[in-house]
Structure formats: C-alpha cells, structure tokens
Design a binder for this molecule. Structure first.
Ligand code: GDP
Ligand code: MG
Length: 162
C-alpha cells in the first residue's frame, strides 16, 4: 500500500496545478474558473525514493455557512482516506472564511497536515502568508505550483511521516 496524500482546499487555489506537476498527468482539468474538477482524482507520484498516491479533489464549495455546507463530500472522503493532508490556500487572495472552516475540520482529523500557500510568484510571500499562521496548522509552506517554486522543500518535509 502506497501512502496517500490528499490535496484539499477551496476551488481555484491551485490543487490541480500541483497535482499535474507531481503526477505528470495530462487529463486533470486545470480551469481558469472554480470547481471544474468535480471528482476526486488519483495519480501516482514519485519524489526521490518516495512513491505515493496523490489525490486531487474538486474543492470545497466555499460558501460561509459552516463546515457541513462548505465542504464537499468527496473532499471529506479524501481526507478520511489520506495519510497526509495538504491544505492549499491562495497567497494572493489571503485568508478566507472557507479556509478557516476547512482548517477547523482538519485539526480534528489528527493526521499530518501541511498548510500550503500557493501563488507566491511575483509577490512578497512572507507578508502575504503571515495571516495563515492564524489557522494554527503550523508552518506555512510557500509554493508556486505553476512554476515549481517551493515544491521540493514541501515534499522533503511532507513525505517524512509516510
Ligand atoms: P484548483 O481549483 O484548486 O484545482 O485550482 P487550479 O489548479 O485549477 O488553478 C486555478 C488557477 O490558479 C489557474 O488559473 C491556475 O493557472 C492558477 N495557478 C495555479 N498555480 C499557480 C501559481 O503558482 N501561481 C499563479 N500565479 N497562478 C497559479
Ligand atoms: Mg482542480
């Protein structure tokens, strides 16, 4: 059994972009608008000597009515079956209510979780990401999934527990 790493987060934060980068998969839909990837999608990935299964999720709807309304069922299932959860947030948008709702759920899972702030290309990442520390998920890993920046540092740490 390969370890399972789930990518979760609200739509449009860059989950599918990171998934495609790590799996070299061509058929995941990377959309310029939210919510197109409707279903969980699995891909096999290798980083160094680590083989793992990566799960892309269609995202969490992002309305602000609380965790039940905000989180799509398939994202919840993906988190349940994962060994490691990566919560992606958007460094350009900043912290949203949906991010906070997802983080509350993740803290209750008791699984290794990595808080990943995407889209730090061309901005001051440290300033943009400071508020994400308030999610109480520990380190904020800054990446630019579209360009690969920060991804190896993230994986060096995220794959240790699995
Ligand atoms: P998902 O809905 O979370 O799967 O997000 P997508 O992977 O479909 O990406 C949503 C949008 O963000 C697309 O327009 C991507 O091109 C863009 N995007 C993804 N990663 C980056 C990044 O590192 N930097 C920037 N500037 N844009 C990105
Ligand atoms: Mg997607």
């Amino acid at each position: 059994m390969l370890p399972v790493v789930a990518l979760v987060g609200r739509p449009n934060v860059g989950k599918s972009t990171l998934f495609n980068r790590l799996t070299n998969s061509r058929d995941a839909l990377v959309a310029d608008y939210p919510g197109l990837t409707r279903d969980r999608k699995y891909g096999q990935a290798r980083y160094g000597e680590h083989d793992f299964i990566l799960v892309d999720t269609g995202g969490i709807e992002g309305d602000e009515k609380g965790i039940d309304a905000a989180m799509a069922r398939q994202s919840l299932l993906a988190m349940e079956e994962a060994d490691v959860v990566m919560l992606l947030v958007d460094a350009r948008d900043g912290l949203t209510a949906a991010d906070q709702a997802i983080a509350r759920h993740i803290r209750q899972l008791g699984k290794p979780v990595f808080l990943v702030a995407n889209k730090v290309d061309g901005i001051d990442g440290d300033s943009a990401c400071a508020e994400f520390w308030g999610l109480s998920l520990g380190e904020v890993w800054q990446i630019a999934a579209a360009h690969g920046r920060g991804v190896t540092q993230l994986l060096d740490n995220a794959l240790i527990p699995v």
